[in-house]
Design a protein around this ligand. Structure first.
Ligand SMILES: Cc1cc2nc3c(=O)[nH]c(=O)nc-3n(C[C@H](O)[C@H](O)[C@H](O)COP(=O)(O)OP(=O)(O)OC[C@H]3O[C@@H](n4cnc5c(N)ncnc54)[C@H](O)[C@@H]3O)c2cc1C
Length: 548
């Protein structure tokens, strides 16, 4: 194929992804020097369209970035005033009192927010400072310089032919070059994955770990609504089948975020994370809350869980990994937005110093040092053993051991050192024959919903004539390997019903309904054969979340 001719635009810093990490970096760069040329590229149709968090926001990142955020009208309107934690059985619950919890678990001073709206507001702040933000622009390729450094990205390729070739209607996109490129793509970023592999940034680190988070917004009976209330649960329905738990956050306007996270290191390939979530809503405590209400939105996204010991090296020549592109979630707190913001600020400060010193295309070592030795490292280090303990000893023992370890870490030491995670999530999947199928009750259409109906509430959309963005390294593996060995778990782990096994002339056939994809990246993580690669579809495609 002839070399594609593209226009190139030059910037000081090119930022991929308008989440809290990328937008914080953009804002900080312009605060430091209004003359810097900074561009942010976002694949969602608008800023916020692909943002999905719980979210209880620890405002420490925003405090550091925009200390007068309150006066500037940031949408942090609902302070947390009630924190509940329950262990669920099928019909009952036990409240875990707050006093034995380490102080870091306390939500006092945090806010229940729509992170989509927070990002929309941050984008306005960035634009006022002169940042160029282009939504609907997916960054599909990295551009490398002569010395092997990352020097830019390709963005805005539209209208590829179904086989991926260039046709008469194809727009080739453009190259955006920067002295530095920041990858703030969030969990399992596709360009970040390439950079981590190319520069071997995970060498000597533990494997990254993940969960899949699913979330609905409900409008509930005002009599049951308690603005500012935060509830977390563990236990039923997952039991010992998988790690995970739920969150229920009461925000404004009689709305409630109801969400469920399943750790992706589960062994039983029959497990169906989406159905676990639906079943959870039938617990009497949850059913009573939601009765008479209506679900107004649905979405899903993977979440990084590896923490401190899984964070790759953050820099390579010309490029830095920010926020959840590097995995900065504090797992027991289920919080990563504050660290995403702090990482954006730190990367911006390192790039500003480098550019002022006349540097470009090298490693921003100062950023790496800031993250590991500063507030982010300290936040993640204290909780580093919670996830490995949970994976190894199950829920009850890990609550006790993990709680004790968080307490001692708060005092500055750990008796356990730093525990490893062992296998990655794909490798954790065991053969179907070793496990019992799980019988899930049918959704009732009132509290629980079938997957495709719920996906319509993510308002996801993909131009059908483009190539499928979910690439199989070997198209035969789903039927020849995954089906006989693992009962092809893609049928169940995908929270959007993208993957199906159907019968064609009596033969099993693997079907990919890529139009349904909500960009959660679970397939890229959990496929036991590591045969699926999530690549970015054309800009503007994907979910259109209102206020997730
Ligand atoms: C279910 C769930 C609940 C959570 N609850 C909380 C919580 O209560 N509190 C909390 O603090 N954290 C929570 N988190 C974690 C939090 O969401 C993440 O830590 C945070 O989103 C990381 O921010 P980020 O900027 O790194 O990435 P993201 O917020 O994921 O933003 C990345 C952006 O980059 C865009 N992008 C990605 N790739 C490309 C590309 N190639 N080209 C162009 N654009 C691209 C995406 O569309 C997206 O807009 C939760 C996560 C989940 C999944």
């Amino acid at each position: 194929m002839a070399e594609i001719e593209r226009e190139a635009m030059e910037y000081d810093v090119v930022i991929v992804g308008a989440g809290p990490a990328g937008l914080s970096a953009a804002i900080r760069l312009k605060q430091l020097d209004a003359d810097l040329n900074v561009v942010v590229l976002e694949k969602g149709s608008e800023v916020g369209a692909h943002i999905l968090s719980g979210a209880v926001l620890d405002p420490c990142g925003l405090d550091a970035l925009i200390p007068d955020w309150k006066e500037k009208g940031a949408p942090l309107n609902v302070p947390v005033h009630e924190d509940n934690f329950y262990m669920l059985g099928e019909a009952g619950k036990i409240r875990i009192p707050n006093f034995p919890m380490p102080p870091l678990m306390n939500n006092h001073g945090n806010y229940i927010v729509s992170m989509g709206n927070v990002c929309r507001w941050m984008a306005e702040q960035a634009e006022e400072l002169g940042v160029e933000i282009f939504p609907g622009m997916a960054c599909s390729e990295l551009v490398y310089g002569e010395n092997g450094e990352v020097k830019g990205v390709v963005a805005g390729v539209f209208g590829l032919e179904p086989d991926g070739s260039y046709g008469p209607g194809t727009e080739p996109g453009m190259e955006l070059h920067g002295k530095y490129v920041f990858l703030s793509e969030g969990v399992r970023g596709s360009l970040s994955k390439e950079v981590i592999a190319k520069y071997d940034l995970s060498a000597g680190k533990e494997p990254q770990k993940y969960g899949v988070g699913m979330k609905e917004i409900w409008e509930i009976d005002p009599a049951k609504h308690k603005e500012g209330s935060v509830t977390h649960t563990m236990g039923w329905p997952l039991g010992s089948n998988a790690g995970g738990g739920s969150f229920i956050y009461h925000l404004e306007n009689n709305q409630v975020y109801v969400g469920f996270v399943v750790h992706l290191n589960y062994k039983n390939p029959h497990l169906y994370p989406y159905m676990e979530f639906q079943r959870f809503k039938h617990h009497p405590m949850v059913a009573e809350l939601l009765k008479g209400g209506k679900r107004v939105a649905y979405g899903a996204r993977a979440i990084t869980e590896g923490g401190y010991q899984s964070m790759p090296k953050l820099v390579a020549p010309g490029v830095a990994l920010l926020g959840c592109s590097a995995g900065m979630v504090n797992v027991p707190r289920i919080k990563g937005n504050h660290n995403a913001m702090l990482s954006g600020k730190a990367a911006a400060e390192a790039a500003y110093d480098a550019i002022k010193a006349g540097r470009s295309g090298d490693e921003l070592t100062a950023y790496e040092v800031d993250v590991r030795d500063g507030a982010i490292g300290s936040d993640l280090k204290k909780v580093r053993n919670v996830k490995p303990l949970w994976s190894k000893y199950g829920l009850t023992a890990s609550l006790v051991l993990g709680g004790m370890d968080m307490w001692t870490n708060t005092l500055g030491f750990s008796l356990l050192g730093t525990l490893g995670h062992g296998k990655n999530d794909a490798e954790s999947t065991e053969e179907a024959s070793k496990h019992q199928p799980i019988d899930y009750p049918k959704p009732d259409g009132t509290l629980s919903f079938d997957r495709l109906t719920n996906v319509s509430f993510a308002m996801t959309n993909h131009e059908e004539s483009q190539p499928c963005h979910l690439k199989l390294a070997d198209p035969e593996i789903p039927v020849k390997v995954n089906l006989p060995k693992f009962d092809e778990p893609a049928q169940r782990y995908c929270p959007a019903g993208v993957y199906e096994m159907v019968e064609n002339d009596g033969e099993p056939q693997f079907v990919i309904n890529f139009q349904n994809c909500v960009h959660c990246k679970t397939c890229d993580i959990k496929d036991p054969s590591q045969n699926i690669t999530w690549t970015t579809p054309q800009g503007g495609d994907g979910p259109n979340y209102p206020n997730m």
